[in-house]
Design a protein around this ligand. Structure first.
Ligand code: GTP
Length: 370
């Protein structure tokens, strides 16, 4: 079976990390997020993938090429202007030859796709929508089903008085090709507010497929930090590479770690990372290739992308530092702060409370203090 992955969105909620790349190319444990999704598909024997694209498509195609090095066949289809989720699948219709899986490209799950397909076929469904339970249903689009799993309706971000289920659309579908007849060509059209409600109204067999499998989307900085943590602590089945130096510490080639540094798992370092004396790194932490961590720095629950240099005595806790940054001595970056590509954070700055530093910014020493 083929899979269509929707990767056309601008990822506005993840800015400034998505200023230079689309959301699926954000590194998660030092690999583009989409790489994890493709691995997941391969584990389900899905090798034929169509990427439905719009925002910065070249970044994705330049990295994955035709997919042959992964043993996959990747087809790229680019929209001239955003067509939405259903419009994005309609736009790749010519590559489909039967039922297909459709995935939002910002979701990580270990849902058993083969089991979902079997149930889809047994029910004779035209659409099956994976459903996942959430604690706060008021923030999502809810999917109401009857006792047989048939979808009765959709409720968008209800107040608590209208909450009838905790099951939400998990952004993973099986659709029969013929339902695309109901999607207007070359128009912006969504599954969630357009196609699915109209199919339900017509009486088509649209079914929900509830599951308690791991599920997260990386749509916001907080969730992006969380997905990394979940991978590192092993919450997602089969998602981490095997083989590490000691339990929970992964080192790339050519790393140079001072014997006076302390690494507390789970920690992943890319290739050629240098860590100086008296550094303390307490996982979950991932550090990309060619980074340097200066002496006496303390890093905890943080994500650092490639080619970034951290000075001496820096404190980092629950934050993201993107590619090619320089963080000068004694700066503190904590509490969901995000620093985008190629920034320089001068010494003594205190970045906290979800502050976002846009790409290529130079923050003078001691300029920001909360
Ligand atoms: P935000 O701007 O932060 O809401 O992110 P987003 O643009 O990715 O939107 P959203 O998270 O709602 O999108 C869900 C999935 O659909 C993501 O994988 C998007 O890449 C994808 N998507 C959203 N809009 C389009 C579109 O117009 N075309 C295509 N091909 N994919 C889309």
């Amino acid at each position: 079976m083929k899979a269509v992955i929707l990767v056309g969105g601008e990822g506005t909620r993840l800015r400034p990390l998505t200023c230079n790349r689309p959301k699926p190319m954000i590194p998660v444990v030092n690999r583009p997020f989409l790489d994890h999704v493709l691995d997941y598909l391969k584990r389900h024997n899905i090798y034929d993938v169509i990427l439905s694209m719009c925002y910065k498509p070249d970044v994705i195609e330049g990295y994955f090429g035709d997919g042959s090095h992964l043993g996959m066949n990747i087809t790229y289809v680019v929209e001239k202007s955003p067509l939405g989720t259903a419009g994005g699948v309609k736009n790749v219709e010519r590559y489909l030859d039967g039922p297909c899986f459709v995935f939002n490209g910002d979701i990580l799950t270990d849902l058993d796709l083969n089991a979902m397909l079997q149930v889809h076929q047994e029910r004779g469904a035209t659409v099956s929508i994976a459903l996942t339970p959430v604690e706060d249903p008021t923030a999502y689009g809810l999917v109401e089903t009857d006792g047989t799993g048939r979808v009765l309706g959709f409720i968008e971000k209800p107040g608590w008085d209208r909450v009838t289920t905790n099951l939400i659309n998990a952004g993973t579908y099986i659709i029969e090709k013929e339902v695309l007849r109901h999607v207007p060509a070359d128009s912006y059209y969504m599954f969630e507010h357009g196609l699915f409600p109209s199919l339900v109204q017509r009486g088509d067999p649209v079914f929900g497929y509830p599951s308690s499998a791991y599920w997260i989307d990386i749509g916001t900085p907080e969730k992006y930090i969380n997905v990394q943590r979940d991978l590192l602590v092993g919450k997602v089945a089969k998602a981490m590479p095997v083989g590490c130096l000691q339990e929970g510490v992964w080192l790339g080639d050519g790393c140079d770690i001072s014997p006076m540094a302390k690494l507390t798992p789970p920690v992943v370092l890319g290739a050629r990372v240098t860590v100086e004396a008296n550094v303390s790194i307490t996982g979950p932490v991932t550090i990309g290739d060619d980074c340097h961590i200066g002496p006496e720095s303390v890093i905890e629950d943080a994500i650092i992308w490639q080619h970034t240099t951290i000075g001496a005595g820096v404190k980092m806790k629950r934050c993201v530092i993107a590619r090619g940054c320089t963080v000068r001595d004694n700066a503190w970056i904590t509490n969901n702060a995000i620093v985008a590509d190629e920034c320089e954070i001068g010494s003594g700055n205190r970045l906290e409370h979800g502050i976002k530093i846009w790409p290529n910014k130079v923050i003078e020493p001691n300029a920001i203090t909360f």
